[in-house]
Ligand binder design. Structure first.
Ligand SMILES: NC(=O)c1ccc[n+]([C@@H]2O[C@H](COP(=O)([O-])OP(=O)(O)OC[C@H]3O[C@@H](n4cnc5c(N)ncnc54)[C@H](O)[C@@H]3O)[C@@H](O)[C@H]2O)c1
Length: 342
């Protein structure tokens, strides 16, 4: 096991890499641990969860709503959970977002631990403290920012992860490479999804590298006033595409990155041979790069973007592979470009 620490002003997040879920009982009084997870994980990892109190919800994005939060709170009250307890989210990003949110509001805040169980949650959702729920078709409209006390990376969870979930997680890994790490982009070009699935040590190193990329960005900009915004690369179009077409998150972000790359070609001198490398890498990791989209519906949802300021959208563009920047682009400008990019 490898232990690292991240310091946020006055708070500390401890990362336990290559750890086993069972060490939870050494980190907190086992009687006062409550795990929040989903039905898939509860079924697939029943034996390992048996030592703890468990609240289990239906799997999937549909559960990431306020009514689920209310039901979890009812169960916590039934268990008599008080402020000396810890909530531990064991699951994908839906669970880490919900557990984080519940821990922030239950009795005005209890301790939080996260055990990300998907690639996406390991490299992205569990890191940085953002949590929350969707409201109607609008993603993550309500939530808080609250850092976990610890993150526990138990790679044996990945043994049961379906291939589509691996693919989805690699979209965020490719995103990190695009905005911050050209050497990682090269590594991904020279490797393959099957290599990472087969080689635990290789995957562990890849997760640690991505945790470091996201952690570095977040530590320096916890409340998204600067560099953290770059993490939205591919998401401005990705979220509307996810909502309208019901695609897995990573697949939608892949398409969003292709579109953001095209806009970068149009207005940011991003070379077209680099755009071709981006499309080739996404394709290599089995992510979609083409979709016939409904222009009007996408533009309609862009208007509701949380990050919109007036008629402009703050858009993350690539300067080159490994370097990104933010530009204000008007909705009118996007509308004018839509035939080239959409
Ligand atoms: N807070 C953040 O900073 C942040 C960042 C990125 C994404 N997110 C959120 O993360 C969510 C997507 O995360 P996700 O893709 O992990 O989704 P998810 O939690 O829905 O998990 C995907 C599927 O994999 C299953 N699963 C999870 N772990 C498994 C395992 N080890 N073995 C077998 N099956 C397993 C789940 O039951 C589910 O069916 C979205 O809601 C997104 O908004 C949050």
């Amino acid at each position: 096991m490898k232990v690292t620490e991240t310091i946020f002003d006055d708070r500390k997040v401890i990362n336990y890499f290559d750890a086993d879920l069972s060490i939870l009982s050494e980190l907190h009084d086992p009687e006062k641990i409550v795990i929040i997870t989903d039905k898939n994980i509860e079924r697939l990892h029943a034996e390992r969860l048996a030592a703890f109190k468990v609240i289990s919800i239906h799997a999937g994005e549909k559960s990431k709503v306020q009514s689920t939060v209310d039901r979890i709170i009812d169960q916590l009250l039934e268990m008599d959970a008080d402020k000396s307890w810890i909530i531990v989210g064991v699951g994908g990003g839906v669970i880490t977002d919900l557990a984080g949110y519940v821990s922030a509001i239950y009795k005005r805040g209890v301790k939080l631990g996260l055990v990300p169980a998907t690639v996406l949650a390991m490299v992205d959702a569990a890191i940085g403290g953002k949590n929350g729920v969707n409201v109607g078709i609008y993603k993550n409209m309500v939530g808080t920012t609250k850092q976990a006390a610890f993150l526990l990376f138990d790679f044996s969870f990945l043994e049961t992860l379906p291939r589509q979930e691996w693919i989805s997680g690699f979209a965020e890994i490719i995103k990190h490479a695009c905005i911050k790490d050209a050497a990682l982009f090269n590594e991904l070009e020279n490797s393959s999804l099957d290599n990472y699935i087969a080689d635990k040590a290789l995957m562990s190193a890849l997760v640690a590298r991505n945790v470091a990329i996201k952690t570095d960005i977040v530590v320096n900009d916890e409340f998204e006033t600067g560099d953290r915004y770059l993490l939205n690369f591919g998401h401005t179009f990705g979220h509307p595409i996810e909502n309208i077409y019901g695609l897995p998150h990573g697949n939608a972000i892949s398409l969003g990155m292709v579109l953001a790359g095209r806009i970068s070609e149009e207005i940011n001198n991003f070379y077209s041979d680099q755009q071709e490398r981006l499309v080739a890498l996404l394709t290599k990791y089995e992510l979609p790069v083409k979709l016939k989209v409904d222009h009007a519906a996408i533009l309609q949802l862009l208007k509701k973007d949380k990050k919109r300021s007036g008629s402009d959208i703050n858009f993350v563009l690539l300067n080159e592979i490994g370097k990104a920047s933010v530009a204000k682009i008007s909705l009118k400008n996007i509308e004018d470009m839509q035939n080239q990019i959409l």
